[in-house]
Design a protein. Structure first.
Length: 428
């Protein structure tokens, strides 16, 4: 038991409401910190776009208790452009609860919906506390949903500048983008330490001049049950591919499906392709996938749209396949699906950019393909199917990912380091 650490985790949502990677990592960290520290609590925003969230709070309510030491926040007052909040009532409610609990560490997992200026406000009530921010994507660098893509296209953006950003968003002047960057840099200084799950994400923020040094702490996995711990191969495993994730335009589902159809049209029914996380109705609703409806109907025996799945059983689903495909068209940061694939003992085929390139070593524990290029992905599928020794060789290169225990050990060291400095400012 670690003495004198009383931690508040603040997250942009709760995985019971929205199952994004950052939300899951924050919640896993909180659950383990309850065992590791003297006390831990969780404050998570209930996003207004989720059905039921807007009616969850009474007119005079800012916080609703969800479970023991877990609270949902209304998230009102957030400015999407500046990344700041003006919801001082909610921050005061958080401060009151934390004061009663004796909180001395505030750890923000993302600032989205919470406000990047929340730390400076709370520091007024908790001047000796430690304030840590873990970044989960590029929102402070890029107004395009934090994805470093050109607006109205899926072209990768290599840098952020007031001029480049104005060209993407002409409704905002270059002076407004300059002010936005200055404000982020100013608010980042309210945190004692900023961490990132990947070197790539850290480097992008440092290159943008928003913060001088970011410490890399890899995301940790936990709480997943695996029924085949030896990770044995199944019959024809090299001919089975799977996609896991949300069907957003940026996750590259259309790239995966186009490559699958191209492979099947060329070679016939030589492989199967599963999609976990969306169904036929979702495919039909996606503009990027509308031309795929007819060929998917033709190849329904080989392309299986499995719909929603229980994240707790993800490893068993992955082990029923040989290859996990991560075809995101944006840079990503530290995709949870890659960690889960490695935990299941499965090599990964991914876009060779950003956090994916960092997580998967080409020709060692997976394969890279050119982003947004379904033709190149189809060629990788051919290699996987027809090169008999490839799967076994890459599967042997797969190593278990970082776990939540190691991740939290690093966070706890950071907490203690900050608290020691804050309470002994003259110490070297």
């Amino acid at each position: 038991m670690t003495e004198a650490l009383r931690v508040a985790i603040l997250a942009h949502s709760h995985p019971a409401i929205k199952k994004g990677g950052g939300e899951i990592v924050a919640h896993r960290s909180y659950v383990h910190l309850r065992q590791l520290c003297d006390y831990a609590s969780l404050f998570a925003v209930a996003p207004r776009e989720v059905p039921g969230s807007s009616s969850l709070f009474a007119s005079d309510e800012q916080i609703v208790k969800y479970a023991e030491a877990e609270y949902l926040l209304s998230g009102s007052g957030y400015d999407n452009f500046l990344g700041t909040t003006s919801d001082w009532k909610t921050l005061d409610c958080i401060a009151d609860i934390c004061e009663d609990a004796g909180i001395n560490v505030f750890h923000f997992h993302h600032f989205f919906r919470l406000g990047v200026n929340s730390a400076s406000y709370l520091r007024g009530r908790f001047p000796q506390a430690a304030f840590v921010l873990t970044l989960h994507e590029y929102l402070s660098v890029c107004y395009m949903h934090g994805q470093m893509l050109k607006r109205n296209s899926r072209l990768l953006c290599e840098r952020a500048s007031p001029v480049d950003c104005h060209l993407c968003f002409p409704e905002h002047t270059k002076e407004e983008f300059r002010f936005r960057a200055t404000l982020f840099a100013q608010n980042f200084r309210s945190f004692d330490v900023i961490t990132s799950p990947s070197e790539f994400l850290a480097r992008r923020h440092e290159e943008a001049g928003l913060t001088p040094a970011i410490r890399v702490v890899r995301n940790g996995t936990s709480g997943l049950i695996i029924s085949n711990p030896e990770k044995k191969a199944l019959p024809d495993v090299r001919k089975k591919f799977a996609f896991f994730g949300q069907a957003t335009p940026f996750k590259g589902l259309d790239i995966y499906l186009n490559a699958a159809v191209a492979l099947l049209e060329k070679h016939g029914a030589v492989a199967t392709f599963a999609v976990f996380g969306c169904d036929v109705a979702t495919i039909k609703a996606m503009p990027e996938c509308r031309d795929l409806v007819r060929p998917l109907r033709k190849w329904a025996s080989q392309v299986h749209l499995r719909g929603a799945y229980d994240p707790r059983t993800v490893l068993d689903h992955m082990q029923a396949s040989g290859w996990i495909v991560v075809p995101s068209v944006w840079w990503e940061n530290s995709p949870l699906v890659i960690q889960e694939a490695f935990l299941a003992g499965r090599p990964v085929i991914c876009s060779g950019i950003g956090g994916m390139r960092e997580a998967v070593t080409d020709q060692h524990d997976g394969l890279h393909f050119s982003p947004n290029d379904w033709g190149d992905l189809a060629e990788k599928f051919e290699n996987c199917i027809f090169e008999e020794a490839l799967w076994s060789r890459l599967q042997q290169g797969v190593r278990s990912p970082n776990n939540v225990e190691n991740m939290n050990d690093e966070f706890v060291r950071i907490y203690k380091e900050i608290l020691k400095g804050n309470n002994n400012p003259t110490m070297p």
